[in-house]
Design a protein around this ligand. Sequence first.
Ligand SMILES: [Zn+2]
Ligand SMILES: [Zn+2]
Length: 162
Amino acid sequence: MSRLKDLPKNEPSSCEEDVKSAIAACRLRGARMTQLRQTVLTALWEAQRPLGAYEIRELLSETSGRAFAPPTIYRTLDFLCEQRVAARIESRNAYVACTHPDHEHTCVFLVCESCGDAVEIENPKAEELINEDAKRLGFAVKRRVVEFSGCCAPCQQTSQRL
Ligand SMILES: [Zn+2]
Ligand SMILES: [Zn+2]
């Protein structure tokens, strides 16, 4: 997954810091971060794009040499989503690391239909408007994920060149 900051892709040190701060945010909320939870979260950060549960399972078996049952992976992903350090992109049935795990927010993803990349943006003003509407309707919000699908800038350039 790309971030708004213009970081070079797969820069290990920056990703390590991101994972550390996400883990710290979970611990602050009293969540138990098991080795598996940390490993899955790291895999999401390192991938820099949305990953499906089966892809994650394969990645983990490759790196650890262990086989994980799909329900174990799903439970771990559910936990990370509940902790708001990851989010599920429904349209792709895939998971991404949340780029702002330290505070409660609506994850807004711009998902590219060509390359599958997902960029997370945050818009407190839009969020406030939606929260107000939900409140007015007496709706208790549990999960906040908004998706916009389309074509990312690099893919648009590629298609123009063809
Ligand atoms: Zn988020
Ligand atoms: Zn794209």
